[in-house]
Design a protein around this ligand. Sequence first.
Ligand code: HAS
Ligand code: CU1
Length: 565
Amino acid sequence: MATVMTANEATDRAVQGPPERRLTFAFLAVGLAAMLVGFLLGPPQALNYAGINIYDYLPLASYYQGLTLHGVLMALVFTSYYICGLLLYLPARELNLRPRMVPAWVAFWMMTVGTVLAGAAMIANTSNVLYTLYPPMEGHFAFYLGLTLVVVATLIVAALTWDMRQTWKRLNPGQPTPLVTYMSLVTWIMWAIASLGLAAGALFLLLPWSLGLIDGVDPQLFRTLFWYTGHPIVYFWLLPAYVVWYAIVPRQAGGRLISDSMARLVFILFLLFSIPTGFHHQYADPGIDTSWKLVHNVMTAFIAIPSLITAFTIAASLENGGRARGGTGIMGWFWALPWGKPAFAASVLAMITFIFGGAGGMILASMNLNLVVHNTAFIPGHFHVTVGTAVTMTFMGVAFLLIPHLLGRRLGSPRAALMSAWLWFIGMMIMALGMHWQGILGVPRRSQVSDLTNDLQGVYASAELAGMFTGLSAVILLVAGIFFFYALIATFFQPRTSSDIGDIEFAECISGSHDAEGRPRRSVMLMERLGLWTIVAVVIIAIAYLPTILEQVVGYQAVPGLQLW
Ligand code: HAS
Ligand code: CU1
């Protein structure tokens, strides 16, 4: 479609205006609505870890129904809507192009139909299979179909971002893709390859199984396909936050990004190494050869490198901003940063939490250490400081910036917004302390306290102090969320302003994509060859995955479904 478009037609699309703003607003708003519901279901989970069961007072059939709703709405629905909004709109602003609106709205409605289907199935108590979907627990067809539609919708948005970039390339021959679009596109390519595992699992196993066309599925094969997608999905969540950290936060800090090509390198490394690491979720699974688990262990160590590069380049860019604002000495620059701006504070607090999230991830990646804490509270402890804070709080910061910008109104209550960021940060740090600690003491994840055996009650009791931290975090986070949604909802009651509120401005680079003579750098042009890098990624993935998947397909063993609720 895009290839036959002339430059003139492309120029016609170079208009910024309401249509894509409405679309972006729709994606963000529905994502935030899903987050609101998911968020309200969080505190009961954390209280459960403190031994306090409030499920008897909630309109829920069980802890497991609440946990499935919480996990699916937060991790799968909120993130998908938000990322589609963000990674289409930011490139559109950077390229000054409009995405194709018809397919973009098709994607939005497909995602919404999917969310309604999956949501209805969960509310009807038919699909308490948790967000990992593990067979032989069997959910309703509508649940699996709904989630499949959500994933397909994200891929349409991926294609639309690609299409905008191709249009820009025709208008600017020989030039490298501008940085924000480049980072967004590489994220989309990584996700397109990553989603194939879940797509295969849904198409060949879950959907026909839940329709009664096949009698059972092989849990081991499904788990392998699931984690093929399930590990890289965490980078599908993280990389949009990185786009914000690279492209927006240094600007908010009053500084410049250190290096354009370093940012591109980071994203290429994520394309190469995000996927062939999924076995680090399956170290305890039978049916996968230990040597392949070791390969994935080593690959997981590789995938920390782009995050470590990010830590240093973003810290340096922040220092650049802090010094430009008059900060001196070793840490003076840090205090000089614009801490009063809610969007900025939310992102930087998110980064600080990710230092702990990343460290926990490195511990989990080690096969020996993993076995000590696998399936314990350590795991939700880890993911609440990664996706629950590093990503979510960056997205909260984005909301403080984008919602006013899209509505043309001032942020409702900047003070409430700032409070929400600090409280979310404090609440999640306390939760992380409690849950990591509980995990080390052997408290299992995913256990309803009112149902515990005597042995497990003993484990909970021995971790009582740690559990109290987890319980305390529930209260702090509830307050944080109330401030957050208050600040956003109050925005609707602000008067409209004609000026472009909180316009999106991207950071400049100290070392940009072009040299002093205005020629694109060779490193940048090398990384521009996205087809080549995609092929390299596919080869690495094939080596890491094909032997195990083939073995599991050959030894396929169907197991009938179970409904444990
Ligand atoms: Fe993870 C399990 C390993 C990152 C999410 N992870 C999970 C699960 C989720 C999740 C949801 O190897 C649970 C799945 C389930 O339900 O079973 N994870 C890692 C590793 C990383 C990692 C090695 N995880 C993430 C991210 C997530 C996420 C990101 C969501 C967004 N994870 C694991 C493993 C398991 C696992 C095992 C399986 C556990 C089991 O047994 O089940 C790495 O990507 C981490 C690298 C990160 C760093 C940190 C860099 C720091 C930065 C901040 C810089 C700060 C600045 C501020 C600039 C090395 C970038 C400056 C300020 C100043 C103070 C100066
Ligand atoms: Cu992972």
